[in-house]
Design a protein around this ligand. Structure first.
Ligand code: GLC
Length: 633
């Protein structure tokens, strides 16, 4: 091991070292995708590009890269707490957002996911996920200078920023698409375009539909070029053709330009779709993993301080693969969305039982040591019911019937359910559908307030806190969806907007209610209770180094199917977390605590309430939708 003094400090020397270390792997990945014959000098071009891209990295970021290389996995720290927001809906633009940093600091949030900021088509643009430019900032948010200023202020404050890289597709107005439309063959090959229907028809035999209601099919005919183009998402989002090495090289440049704006984490959007093959569903293909690893290794050489988050909303076993498998373990994405945990949490609320949580979490392999999750309950998208049929069946339920129950429970089809959600992309052909709505509305706050039903309101508050307490402690970066910290309800104004009304996800993309924020000291409001309880849980998380994501949580069974139990272990005192998903008080045998070593002299220490609790019977009770965070003596 080199002493601190002997470590080279010159970024150019360090670049050469990283290049030398990773060259074999990069070459191997590149030639796997683009074997000799297909690649004609592209690999040489890649090597030149890497050097050029490193030169273009601002010195301040180069220095930060080096610091991060020496300081371990910052993204696993218990100090990190994230918030996802639309800049224009939360504030007004980048400048006004900078004026709101105090709000995040007061709450304890220090990691911001800013939703797409770059230029996009007027009218429908999938919330900015149809890009006209990878770095040019859309006027409504301000300028590139404003973004640079914000990212630099965040750095000074030890805060982090995540931006999207829409890696799978561009808009139909992107310069490459425009050139393709005008007949330029080179750019037609940047996408999957075909003059005839034969190949599209072959693809269609196995490709599922992502937006069956609004954008059925996976190809769109473009009259200007008299060709079909692959459009897996919306008809105005053209899928990039990564079988063409030119596309990879051009997108790598775009990626580095993006991280050079001071981006700490890049959200690799829709990355499961990156490679297409006739006869498959064209998701999670091995070539997609090779490609992501290639992007990752190139970034590691050029900008090692920036890391990747996998937005792969796929089955639990498939999500894990985005951390890299086998020789590539740890060489794909450092972070992935824990979409499985999210979906099963919603299942547990509806069923009031933790059985599926327990079954799923104990049956899926653990993630690699150097990687971490983003844990969340809501985001700007729908809730997909990505539950494993096998586990549903083992619990004695019929998978199709169970999914229908969940859709009905959340989408106002059962009069006893407190939830007020909307269906998203219900496909009558398959009976599949997804759910949308704000956390608070899905958990009963909207209905409770409308009906002035105090009991329903109280339960909603408790459920909101319960779910947040899990994402704050499970292991990984908790990502709060802006507005959820103040119990924001569904926003139905999208129904009056032509370019939004067909996409019910907009019901959960509300404007931040600053008038309400002003009243958060008044504990009469349910929203104040929510805010203050979340705030103190965040502060508690930061005081517990055992919550840093250095080891996978251990899942336990305490004998009561309504209770979800997990344990966080580390060098510090372990923590046992017990959550009640039922609306009535539940009990469990105190012998369970004793066996795990959490009981001393017939009492245990519960850290949220900050109290030693003495047993007065052989059972421990836990409040409706309550939780206990028990610290090992
Ligand atoms: C991701 C985004 C989603 C978008 C899709 C297509 O899944 O989260 O909002 O519609 O990608 O870009």
């Amino acid at each position: 091991m080199l002493s601190e003094k002997a470590k080279p400090k010159d970024p150019a020397v360090l670049f050469d070292l990283r290049m030398a270390t990773n060259l074999t792997l990069i070459k191997d990945l590149f030639l796997t995708l683009y074997p000799k014959g297909k690649e004609t000098g592209h690999f040489k071009k890649l090597l030149k590009t890497l050097r050029k891209l490193h030169k273009s990295r601002p010195d301040e970021l180069k220095a930060q890269d080096i610091k991060r290389l020496h300081s371990g996995n910052w993204y696993q720290s218990e100090q990190l707490v994230g918030m996802q927001l639309y800049v224009d809906r939360f504030a007004k633009d980048l400048k006004t957002l900078e004026g709101k940093l105090g709000y995040f600091e007061a709450l304890g949030v220090n990691f911001l996911h800013l939703m797409p900021l770059t230029k996009r088509p007027q009218g429908e643009n999938d919330g900015g996920y149809a890009v006209n430019d990878y770095v040019g900032i859309d006027k409504r948010f301000g300028t590139k200078k404003d973004l640079l200023k914000l990212s630099s202020t965040l750095r000074e404050k030890n805060m982090y920023v995540m931006l999207d890289f829409v890696v799978n597709h561009t808009s139909d107005e992107f310069p490459w698409a425009e050139k393709a439309k005008s007949g330029d063959r080179k750019y037609q090959e940047f996408y999957y375009t075909y003059a005839e229907r034969d190949i599209p028809d072959l693809f269609e035999q196995t490709l599922p539909e992502v937006f069956p209601e609004t954008s059925p099919g996976n190809f769109t005919f473009i009259p200007e070029m008299q060709r079909w183009v692959m459009t897996v998402f919306n008809s105005y989002q053209w899928d990039l053709n990564y079988t063409n090495p030119e596309v990879f090289l051009a997108m790598l440049e775009n990626l580095v330009k993006l991280v050079n704006l001071g981006v700490d984490v890049v959200r690799f959007d829709a990355l499961a779709f990156l490679w297409k093959k006739i006869g498959t569903i064209s998701q999670n293909l091995p070539e997609a993993h090779t490609l992501i690893s290639l992007f990752r290794m190139c970034l590691q050489v050029v900008a090692p301080g920036s890391i990747l988050l996998a937005e792969a909303i796929v089955s639990p076993t498939d999500i894990l693969k985005y951390f890299g498998e086998g020789l590539r373990k740890g060489n794909e994405c450092e972070i992935a969305y824990n979409a499985s945990l999210m979906a099963i949490l919603w299942n547990s609320i509806a069923t009031k039982k933790a059985a599926l949580l327990h079954k799923s979490l104990t049956n899926v392999a653990s993630k690699p040591e150097d990687c971490t999750w983003v844990n969340y309950i809501r985001c700007h998208d729908d809730i997909g019911l990505g539950l494993d049929d096998r586990f549903i069946t083992e619990l004695g339920w019929n998978p199709q019937g169970h999914r229908k129950f969940l859709l009905d429970y959340y989408c106002q089809q059962l009069n006893w359910s407190p939830a007020k959600g909307l269906p998203f992309m219900y496909n009558p052909k398959t009976g599949d559908g997804r759910i949308t709505g704000s956390a608070a509305s899905l958990l009963g706050l909207e209905r409770g307030l409308e009906g002035n039903d105090q009991e329903m309101v109280q339960k909603a508050i408790d459920k909101i806190i319960l779910l947040h307490s899990i994402v704050l402690s499970f292991g990984g970066i908790p990502m709060i969806y802006a507005g959820d910290e103040i119990g924001t309800l569904n926003d139905y104004t999208f129904l009056n907007e032509t370019d939004k009304k067909e996409d019910s996800r907009w019901v959960n993309r509300p404007k931040q209610d600053w008038a309400l924020v002003k009243k958060l000291d008044d504990m009469q409001h349910p929203q104040s209770v929510i805010y203050n309880r979340i705030k103190s849980l965040i502060a508690l998380r930061k005081r517990l180094p055992v919550l840093a994501d250095r080891s996978n949580p251990l899942i336990h069974h305490c004998g009561n199917e309504h209770l979800f139990v997990f344990e966080r272990k580390g060098n510090e005192k372990s923590l046992l977390i017990i959550c009640n998903f039922d609306e009535s008080e539940q009990v469990f045998d105190s012998g369970f605590l004793e066996r795990l070593g959490y009981l001393k002299d017939q009492s245990f220490y519960e850290i949220i309430g900050g109290a030693h609790i003495r047993l007065n019977s052989g059972f421990i009770s836990i409040a409706p939708y309550g939780m206990l965070w028990i610290q090992r003596p």
